[in-house]
Design a protein around this ligand. Sequence first.
Ligand code: HEM
Length: 72
Amino acid sequence: MRGTTVDGRVGPDLTHVASRRYLAAGAIPNTPGYLGGWIADSQSIKPGNVMPPQPLTPDQLHALIAYLGTLR
Ligand code: HEM
């Protein structure tokens, strides 16, 4: 994410992720529900992709979805 201290080297640039209509190269619509499902277990949506499941609590996942929703 540009403009933050995050220095990710793997995966897509999420700087403006909330402005996208689709995620994961068109695999899913960019809605809170699909986004949460992708973060928790992207393998169930796009098997074999490089992103590992993220073991977050429901509170953490909701906070993350809300944050990513601000990245316009
Ligand atoms: C909480 C942590 C993470 C979040 C919130 C997150 C979020 C996302 C989102 C929203 C996308 C879709 C982006 C797009 O459509 O442009 C994505 C894709 C991807 N992420 Fe993650 N990610 C996380 C962790 C990781 C990790 C740890 C890795 C790798 C070690 C990773 C690798 C990837 C890759 C390779 C894709 C592209 C998948 C594809 O379309 O084939 N992500 N991630």
